[in-house]
Design a protein around this ligand. Sequence first.
Ligand code: ADP
Ligand code: MG
Length: 393
Amino acid sequence: MALRLMDTLKVEGRRVLLRLDLNVPLKDGKVGDETRIREAAPTVRALAERGAVVIACSHLGRAKGKPDPALSLAPVAPILARLAGRPVRFVPDTVGEVAKQAVAAAKPGDVLLLENLRFEAGEEKNDPAFCAQLAALADVYVNDAFGTAHRAHASTAGVAKLFKERAAGPLMAREIAALSKVRDNPDRPFVAVVGGAKISGKLETLTSLAKRADTVVLVGGMANTFLLAQGVAVGKSLVEAELVPMAKDILAAATGRGASVVLPTDVVVATGTDAPGRTVSVSGVGPDEMILDIGPETRQRIAGILATARTVFWNGPAGVFEKPAFAAGTLAIAQAMAASPAFTVVGGGESVAAVQQAGVAGKLSHVSTGGGASLEFLAGDMLPGVAILEEGA
Ligand code: ADP
Ligand code: MG
């Protein structure tokens, strides 16, 4: 199924409700990282240059359905204006009189930014009345916030249905194109590298990848549970003992269809994240030690696998990469992704940070900033915010 794209909408002289992901980190009223604003800016500029009245909206943080001045989108407006190269008028309201008047006064090419949608209880509840009020502000709808597309909230799902003309913005379209290729149509061999702290929370994605990939490489804390499932003593490592049966099922599902599963053969262990590490074979983890990174032999093996892959999806660091002593495995995977001729996609908060830390983001085919939405998409789930933007939906 194809997505309707923003470029196909007639927007000149029309009011466009534009759902963005401006969920940036705020500290003492200052924006900590502008990445999401920088990514959203071209979409805002494109619509404004085409003569739309742009009504931008987003959530920010965990406002609990009521106004919280510490989570206002106000500080985002001047940054969006600078990055989009257009004036942006911040509207300290979402769907009330103030918002209606601001929209009524706006001219083609103007950009408004509404207040944090989660100041309204109706947003997360996908409340029909709030959806109707939001929809009443505009003529057409564009969603460019892939990161919240897995949530059926008012601004991502409920409101979309109320517009005859609705479409995906360019960021959303890029995410869907890259992740669809990985999920539905990967060039083979397709290698999935999955790590991070835990299996729980990624179970469906892991199960899905075990059914699709030719090779599943398991690293990071989650690999510990798989090692445990194979009878390896993992000392004080982070494990989810209750998920051992699940781990066995995932291993069986992959190997049963002829896919290979790669687990670490050597690891870096320590008695704590601030203690010095030592490299041992997986059979040599002491009772007081924890596995905090993959070892050099495993890194090299993974690099070899990625070098001959044609599609690679990576989610989850290979170790506690926040500590330089346990970052080598994660950085090695980032480097191997960059060196691989494959179609390479990385997703996940910490994994994307690691790729940026390694300085190789520009060398990957796609860096998915969707976090949970990317993983749910790969699990095969229909994301409510995406389904509604498909042709014929
Ligand atoms: P992502 O955000 O990319 O999806 P996760 O949130 O699943 O990744 O996991 C990231 C976290 O996993 C990192 O903070 C890292 O410190 C932790 N981690 C990785 N390997 C281990 C390990 N062996 N033991 C404990 N924590 C680990
Ligand atoms: Mg994370």
